[in-house]
Design a protein around this ligand. Structure first.
Ligand SMILES: [Zn+2]
Length: 212
């Protein structure tokens, strides 16, 4: 049987693994200043740990995570979570295998997200070897479509819109918010980091190809 002690240390090791990833993402320039948010949850759990807002991601430490329940309400914690916690809630709800959510604000994802127009609300990634780093993809000969949603400060409304899109189109490899950033998720921290690195790499490639 799982004791309270083993449970705590499992959470601690997940938090310290995620801190390392946050520092890596910040070092890449994908989390400027205090922007971006990240979360992780244990296998079989519905509650999760999410980064507190307002902390410089280069300085982020394990005690800067807030433990929240399945609907994003803090458990025994007076600190405020980011409004975007509701997007993490949505992802964990829609994709039960997801155990980590990463959000980045890179220059390339922000620039490409501006491609959203009335009739075009996606970025297509096609023909690149690196696509094989994304979950479930075994060949470069594939088209990966990353949807772009209009940005909004009404996060509940946004979560509803994105959830409806998932229902209609299935699970994407990630999504962009216009002028804002990228969200990815995965079954553990390492695979979610890989997901983000592949997409950020390809966004830069696509951008540079367009400007040749
Ligand atoms: Zn954001």
């Amino acid at each position: 049987m799982e004791t309270l002690e083993t449970k705590t240390s499992a959470a601690d090791s997940l938090k310290s693994a995620l801190v390392e990833v946050i520092h890596f993402l910040h070092g890449k320039g994908w989390a400027p200043a205090t922007s971006s948010n990240y979360s992780v949850r244990e296998v079989e759990d519905t509650d999760f740990w999410i980064s507190a807002s307002g902390i410089d991601k280069g300085e982020f430490a394990a005690h800067d995570f807030i433990h929240v329940d399945a609907v994003g309400a803090p458990l025994d914690d007076a600190r405020k979570t980011s409004a975007e916690t509701q997007l993490h809630v949505l992802l964990y709800e829609c994709f039960p295998d997801a155990h980590c959510v990463l959000h980045s604000h890179s220059v390339y994802n922000t620039v490409l997200s501006m491609a959203r127009k009335k009739k075009k609300s996606y970025v297509d990634l096609q023909g690149f070897e690196v696509l094989k780093g994304l979950r479930g993809i075994k060949t470069h000969d594939v088209r990966v479509r990353i949807p772009i949603f209009e940005n909004s400060q009404d996060i509940d409304g946004l979560a509803e819109e994105i959830g409806a899109w998932f229902e209609q189109h299935g699970e994407p490899q990630g999504f962009l918010l216009k002028g804002h950033g990228l969200y990815v998720w995965g079954d553990d921290i390492a695979s979610t980091k890989r997901q983000m690195e592949v997409l950020e790499f390809l966004f830069e490639v696509v951008y540079k190809l367009k400007t040749l």
